[in-house]
Design a protein around this ligand. Structure first.
Ligand code: SER
Length: 623
């Protein structure tokens, strides 16, 4: 089955069950300083899971573009990718376990025609320490569902992975595991959740690839959560009904939510009867180009080809959402992906240098997503330029590193680290080149240097995000309303063609990206700052209204997301009257202060160029 069909069938299935379908949010979260990328479908839904009313109602479904940095090192096996699409449906206090599990089972077995004999499920075994009961309700529902297919579904208490490896399947169909496996929150198990964070028990569905042999290196027996690849997790229904309190206890949320997420790539692999997610139409066009260009076969070089195709595709999708390679934030992750892909390319075909291949890979990605994300195709030229420039730069640096290495008499661990640090030449490559010269690197010294460097950059990163998390609610909201004032002030001072390109707000400062062809003069910055502060002094009320996208745009609201909007949108207006006397109007998810006086004085502290005709301003509160 084609991935496009699976996505469409899923969205239709849930639309027929009262869900409103919303477009994917950007890979770069708007107004969420706590994370660089959207890593799950629920992230953009957070305010609604906590009780804010969603403009479209209490049943929502989508397919969300996601990126998970923690999976970078795993890429190379047959099922991990950094970029993936998560099919999601949400009940915001509407339906509960019976509907959710029943519908997902029906979707798998009736719509995708997956054999129910190959499906195994897991449920939450309870957390006595946090007084959260086990999920017997889901077990009963699953037993009924399997019995309708004439499958006896006995339960097995595995609880830990260790027990799983020790005792194995025991002819079970439904498996109890502890919170480590069957509890979901953005920060993992209950003990790790910060106060205010929502979470809940979950129930996962696994597909068994019977033809895959269990690998005893993981443990004597296989079980659904075994990592050998026999079982593939294809969907997770989270019953998000709890919130952690400041005293560490768990309280039920005012509404019982369902948060479902299922990986599109994995569903495609299952319907394809092949456990390799790369052998689906979401990757094959990229692999095709790579095999031809490097004259290698997938069979021989699968891990490298998987890495290259995953990393390039991911970088393309980031570029389509406005990310540009740099040494900071999202840009640095994109840069790392491109570099890792290039290094893998050199490994399979060492001196391979051909920028036409980069263009072909961009085009292949744009074609894969031409229906789901047409903006990739629309921006193909820009993305191609960004990718080619970055790859060329790195290629040149690599060449210089290799030349430098060849000129050195001896390469110890410290020199190898310098080569890595200054030229981006990875240790593996240094080793490979040295081996050709009959030398070896002292890995220990290299690792020591590497750790020292990592510790320095890590402490920098945690400092940066601590501020954003500390008082998210007050300062961040004030700065968020300040970005709306800044946006309008820039348009008044520089011209109406100025367009917001992104923003990122921590408690310490706001960062605002916008389109403008040149740097701002001091005078312009002063004018913008004065105008913002004047509007703060006027203490203008901030109104929120819900409107159809058409109405909102017709009434003059600014919109700057890269995707299409859903039918109903929320609009924030700043001014005496939201209809007749307003100064700023934007499509925005909020939250905002009630009136601009609450923001207090604002100061622009820095401007930068981000490249590609985009400028960046930083501003802070000065009270
Ligand atoms: N939030 C859950 C996950 O990411 C389900 O959507 O797995």
């Amino acid at each position: 089955m084609k991935a496009d069909d699976i996505r469409q069938k899923y969205l239709n299935f849930f639309a027929n069950r009262g869900h409103k379908i919303i477009p994917s949010s950007s890979l770069v979260p708007e107004n969420d300083p706590t994370t660089l990328f959207t890593g799950s479908g629920m992230q953009p839904m957070l305010p609604y899971l906590l009780g804010e009313k969603h403009p479209l109602g209490n049943r929502i479904a989508d397919s969300q573009k996601c990126f998970r940095a923690e999976d970078i090192e795993e890429v190379g096996d047959n099922r991990h990718t950094t970029f993936f699409e998560m099919l999601g449906n949400w009940s915001l206090g509407s339906y509960w376990k019976k509907e959710q599990l029943g519908w997902f089972f029906e979707f798998l077995t009736e719509v995708l025609n997956i054999n129910p004999q190959s499906l195994y499920v897991t449920v939450f075994s309870g957390d006595p320490q946090n007084k959260i009961p086990r999920d017997g309700e889901s077990v009963e529902i699953w037993q009924k569902l399997f019995s309708q297919k004439n499958i006896a579904a006995s339960t097995v208490e595995l609880v830990t992975e260790k027990q799983g490896y020790k005792h194995g399947m025991q002819d079970g169909r439904i498996f109890y595991y502890e919170a480590k496996k069957n509890w979901w929150s953005r920060s993992g198990v209950p003990q790790n959740m910060p106060s205010g964070e929502p979470g809940g028990p979950d129930s996962e569905v696994f597909f068994l690839f019977d033809e895959v042999k269990h690998d005893p290196k993981y443990g004597p027996h296989c079980h659904p959560n075994c990592n050998c690849g026999r079982f593939l997790e294809i969907g997770n229904s989270v019953f998000m009904a709890y919130q952690k309190q400041t005293d560490g206890s768990f309280k039920e949320l005012p509404q019982q939510n369902v948060d479902f997420g299922g990986g599109l790539e994995r569903l495609a692999a299952v319907t394809n009867h092949n456990p390799d997610v790369f052998q689906t139409d979401l990757f094959l066009p990229l692999l095709d180009k790579l095999e031809t260009a490097a004259d290698v076969s997938y069979q021989k070089e699968a891990p490298s080809l998987r890495r290259i195709s995953d990393h390039f595709k991911c970088a393309v999708m980031m570029a389509a959402d406005g990310v540009i390679p740099s040494n900071k934030d999202q840009g640095s992750v994109m840069r790392r992906l491109i570099r890792k892909a290039m290094i893998s390319m050199r490994k399979i075909s060492l001196n391979y240098k051909d920028t036409t291949l980069i263009g072909e890979l961009v085009q292949a990605t744009a074609t894969i997503y031409k229906h789901a994300y047409p903006q990739v195709l629309q921006q193909q030229k820009h993305i191609g330029d960004v990718m080619a420039q970055e790859s060329q730069q790195f290629s040149t640096a690599l060449d210089r590193g290799i030349k430098k290495l060849e000129s050195l008499k001896e390469v110890d661990g410290k020199v190898a680290f310098d080569l890595y640090q200054s030229y981006g030449l990875p240790l593996e490559m240094t080793e490979e080149l040295l081996a050709q010269m009959g030398q070896r690197v002292d890995r220990h010294t290299f690792t020591e240097e590497f750790k020292k460097h990592q510790a320095i950059s890590r402490s920098g990163a945690s400092k940066k995000f601590a501020g954003g998390l500390a008082d998210h609610s007050a300062k961040v909201i004030r700065l968020h309303t300040a970005t709306h004032l800044l946006h309008q002030a820039l348009r008044e001072v520089l011209g109406g063609e100025v367009r917001q390109e992104g923003s990122n707000i921590t408690a310490a400062r706001l960062r605002f990206d916008f389109s403008h062809h040149q740097s701002l003069s001091e005078d312009e910055i002063k004018k913008v700052e004065l105008l913002v502060n004047q509007k703060v002094k006027e203490n203008l009320p901030v109104h929120k209204t819900i409107a159809s996208q058409d109405e909102a745009l017709k009434s003059g609201a600014l919109a700057f997301f890269k995707e299409k909007y859903p039918d109903k949108v929320s609009v924030y207006t700043i001014g005496k009257d939201p209809k007749t006397d307003w100064w700023s109007k934007e499509l925005c998810g909020g939250p905002h202060v009630a009136s601009t006086g609450k923001i207090g004085p604002v100061k622009i502290i820095k401007q930068q160029s981000v490249g590609g005709g985009i400028r960046r301003l930083y501003a802070e509160l000065t009270d």
